[in-house]
Design a protein around this ligand. Structure first.
Ligand code: GDP
Ligand code: IMO
Ligand code: MG
Length: 443
């Protein structure tokens, strides 16, 4: 039995789904633990591209148990559509389970998310995905949220829960939902009735489900959504999502304790991207940034927005290693840097005026206004690596880039990805089945 966490170390879209799908071959259970349909998780298999928003990225294997855990927020319309889409492509959804503790995103929270965002000016806008994530988590911690399990209460209890949910929101909903209170209650009752039936085959008490699998010696993968710097506590607040995206948040979302976790794999792009607003120390607003965005096809999976691109940032990655307890890195999209004559790694930050170094990623964003990145420049490899399958066959310059990055972060590289397909990968140290080479040394 092993429990392995796969999470993002940057601002999301690191390739978590590709790595989860790859490792899922050796796992019995895959759990999505937090976030909602703000996530856009791409799995490419035999040329076919799947974009999952809520379904765990283990769903393409027959007989895989895929659980959507208690820490998630669920727009049922999106989930039902996603289930229908994979079924239409000939895949089964029999192994899918949805926690009764997960929270429900109603159309009202989605409307509020969009309305709140449209009221923000250029300085305060967050650039959310507009999927109702912030309002749903606010209702959850405000203890007025609706949960999946509530759909299966009696009509009287459900109505009472809907009223508890709606009453405190009336001022906020004015001008957003153009309906009288009684009409709102009726509309949400109908909404709940619709999805009660459609979701019924999938619901479970996820604590029993996950732990029953563990009791049978299952190999379990926890799939993160978003990334370390979008974490509501440890990310670039307030330019973050509304859930805990770190290893600890995944434990909570899956109903597991920290002592049960064997490995924490930090999925890391060979450069950095960010979609939406917020600080980005190594952002490239030049032709190199544009080149990386074009070659890497850096467009948001959920919203289609162009992602901002920049150099890989070892200051951020060291912080990610600390707050997640990373045991290994999965380096993705190394191939995207193929054509560059030189590649850079941000090794430190320093004050623009005094040159004073900043030791760690700061907690206050204002500190980022006055710093600049310090780069180490390495030669590029200027050859295509996308067909390489053995780490030893990588060009020397690519190996040096990886070795240096690993040394700076203090975490070994367990997996190298050189393309979107499952087989475009070099597994040096398999987190579930063990070393197949050996992890790239931290020198
Ligand atoms: P996630 O949200 O972390 O699962 O990542 P996304 O799916 O949003 O974005 C990652 C994108 O990069 C997807 O289009 C993947 O198919 C693609 N991808 C993943 N790994 C690689 C890689 O090693 N090389 C290239 N070129 N593309 C990759
Ligand atoms: P995956 O799982 C990249 C970003 C949004 C916005 C901020 C808040 O595919 O890596 P939200 O809708 O969550 O309230 O938006 O977080 N964001 C993501 N960026 N990848 C994601 O998910 C993201 N999920 C949210 O762009 O800046
Ligand atoms: Mg994504």
């Amino acid at each position: 039995m092993a429990i392995v966490i796969v999470l993002g170390t940057q601002w999301g879209d690191e390739g978590k789904a590709k790595i989860t799908d790859l490792l899922a071959e050796s796992a019995d259970v895959v759990v999505r633990c937090q976030g909602g349909c703000n996530a856009g998780h791409t799995v490419t298999h035999n040329g076919e591209v799947f974009k999952f928003h809520l379904i765990p990225s283990g769903m393409l294997y027959d007989n895989k148990h895929c659980i959507i855990g208690a820490g998630t927020v669920i727009d049922p319309a999106v989930l039902v559509r996603e289930i229908e889409e994979i079924q239409a492509k000939g895949y089964k959804a029999d192994g899918l389970r949805l926690s009764t503790r997960a929270h429900l995103t109603t159309p009202y929270q989605t409307a509020l998310d969009k309305a709140q965002e449209s009221k923000r000016d250029d300085k305060t806008k967050i650039g959310t995905t507009g999927r109702g994530i912030g309002p749903t988590y606010a209702d959850k911690v405000g203890r007025r949220g609706l949960r999946i399990g509530d759909l299966y209460e009696t009509e009287d209890i459900l109505k009472q829960k809907i009223e508890n949910f709606l009453q405190p929101k009336q001022a906020e909903l004015a001008g957003v939902i153009d309906k009288a209170y009684e009409e709102q209650v009726t509309e949400l009752m109908d909404f709940c009735r619709t999805y009660r039936e459609k979701l019924k085959p999938y619901i479970c008490d996820s604590v029993s489900t996950v732990h029953d699998h563990l009791g049978q010696n299952a190999q379990v993968l926890l799939e993160g959504a978003q990334g370390t710097f979008l974490d509501v506590d440890y990310g670039t607040y307030p330019y973050v999502t509304s859930s805990n995206t770190l290893a600890s948040g995944l434990c909570t979302g899956a109903g597991l304790g920290p002592t049960q976790i064997d490995k924490v794999i930090g999925v890391t792009k060979a450069y950095t991207t960010r979609v939406g607003e917020g600080p980005f120390p190594t952002e490239l607003k030049d032709s190199i940034g544009e080149h990386i965005g074009d070659v890497g096809q850096e467009f948001g999976t959920t919203t289609g927005r162009r992602r901002r691109c920049g150099w890989v940032d070892a200051v951020m990655l060291k912080y990610a290693a600390r707050v997640n307890g990373l045991t290994g890195l999965a380096m993705t999209k190394l191939d995207v840097l193929d054509a560059l004559a030189e590649v850079k790694i941000c090794v430190a930050y320093r004050d623009k005026k005094s040159g004073e170094p900043l030791e760690s990623f700061p907690s206050q964003l204002s500190s980022l206004d006055t710093i600049e990145p310090v780069y180490e420049t390495l030669p590029g490899w200027q050859t295509s690596i996308t067909d390489i399958r053995k780490e030893a066959d990588l060009p020397q310059a690519a190996r040096e880039f990886l070795t240096r990055l690993s040394a700076l972060v203090g975490v070994p590289i367990d997996i190298i990805s050189v393309g979107p397909e499952r087989n475009q990968t070099m597994v040096l140290n398999h987190p579930i089945i063990g070393p197949q080479g050996c992890a790239m040394a931290v020198s």
